[in-house]
Design a binder for this molecule. Structure first.
Ligand code: B12
Length: 325
């Protein structure tokens, strides 16, 4: 049983999250992350590639208590970023990376909720996590009812599909948890078959997949820091930044008569495609100087790959295009 204060506060904080612009909101208890052991196994298999930061802070992913001592609740939010990629892009760009960097947008919205909480309950402490903190965001978002684990490893919401970012607000306040999301892909394996590099490996022990990041185009074009091997260059399949194939083919991302929310376009103006992310020239990007890159791409997710990463990606695409002519 939760006391009336917790019930009231839960309804109010959810309302605040919706008013801050989030499409999904749910509450999880600040218990240990249910799939921490699976995370360690993923690292053990070497599927993280060169993402050493995932190993360095692995222990912190045991649970949110590691990030905020005394934590009792987690507010999980989802923000729709879906939009059709603009026609005639010079090279493929993941739809999440066409506009403003989502870290900034989600963090700003959650900080608003945190400040509201501080006024409402001055004793409450809170901390916002968006992507970069060492926490298994999908685990808590699943517990909070936002979605379930798809074979493409994305969190899928039965009504809305998977084109949404996640963010967490961890707090010492007591809130009433939601029911964990239920669902699964059944026998569907469209994403496994569509992944052009075979990066999704179906597990034998669970009806989901491991993502072998070393073969994932998103990892290669964004997170990998070193030069491409000849084999890696051939894995890019025309993608300059990120990859959306495993989500594009997912039936949960296609509107049906009775599921109109599934392909809904984002209503966040900040995510509107920018000139720099849609009207570039590959030959120019292949040589782009550091300073020019920063000037053009500041505030976008492209900064994560950096000028060196984008130059490498553009050079690889030009090289494979020349070879296959
Ligand atoms: C590292 C990382 C990556 C890596 C590795 C991706 C991966 N699948 O692990 C790379 C660079 C490849 C990547 C790519 C992308 N990413 Co990313 N990434 C992350 C990050 C920082 C950590 C993910 C992680 O811990 N991976 C480790 C593995 C083990 O986790 P997992 O595959 O999710 O495994 C879970 C399940 O297997 C489950 N599980 C384990 N055992 C069992 C057993 C059963 C029975 C069940 C049901 C479940 C289950 O528990 C595990 C842990 O939660 C998170 C943010 C965060 N802090 O959580 C964002 C995050 C996952 N990424 C995100 C996005 C948007 C993307 C891209 C779509 C971007 C793009 N277009 O290029 C792609 C999607 C690729 C894909 N299919 O995952 C979103 C996903 C939102 C969503 N709806 O799911 C997140 C949450 C960021 C955010 N804040 O919004 N990403």
């Amino acid at each position: 049983m939760h006391d009336r204060e917790a019930v009231g506060l839960t309804a109010e904080i959810k309302q605040q999250a919706l008013e801050a612009g989030f499409d999904l909101v749910g509450i999880a208890a600040a218990a240990p992350a249910p799939h921490y052991a699976a995370y360690l196994e993923w690292i053990e298999k070497g599927y993280h590639g060169e993402m050493e930061y995932l190993v360095r802070h692995a222990r912190l992913r045991e649970g949110v208590e590691q990030l905020l001592p005394g934590a009792r609740s987690v507010v999980a939010v989802g923000l729709n970023y879906n939009q059709a990629p603009p026609p005639r892009l010079p090279a493929k760009v993941a739809r999440y990376a066409l506009g403003r960097d989502y870290h900034k947008v989600v963090r700003k919205g959650l900080a608003k909720v945190g400040k509201w909480l501080e006024e409402r309950l001055p004793d409450a402490r809170w901390r916002v996590c968006v992507d970069s903190a060492p926490v298994l965001e999908r685990d808590y978002a699943q517990l909070a009812g936002l979605g379930w684990f798809g074979k493409n490893t994305c969190l899928i919401n039965s009504q809305r599909g998977s084109w949404f970012f996640l963010g967490l607000l961890i707090t010492t306040a007591e809130l009433v948890p939601d029911e964990p999301a239920q669902g699964g892909c059944g026998t569907c394996r469209l994403c496994l078959d569509a992944c052009p590099t075979g990066a999704l490996v179906l597990r034998e022990d669970a009806p989901i997949a491991w993502l072998n990041a070393r073969r994932c185009i998103s990892y290669l074009t964004i997170e990998k820091r070193t030069a491409f091997t000849e084999e890696e260059k051939d894995l890019l399949h025309g993608w300059l930044f990120g990859c959306d194939v495993c989500q594009e083919v997912c039936p949960f991302n296609h509107a049906r008569q009775r599921q109109p929310l599934r392909a809904r376009t984002t209503s966040v103006p900040d995510f509107e495609p920018r000139e720099a992310t849609t009207a570039f020239h590959l030959a120019e990007l292949a040589q782009i100087p550091e300073e020019e890159f920063r000037k053009r791409y500041a505030g976008t997710a492209w900064m994560r790959a950096g000028a060196a990463g984008i130059r490498r990606n553009a050079q690889a695409l030009l090289e494979t295009a020349r070879r296959t002519k």
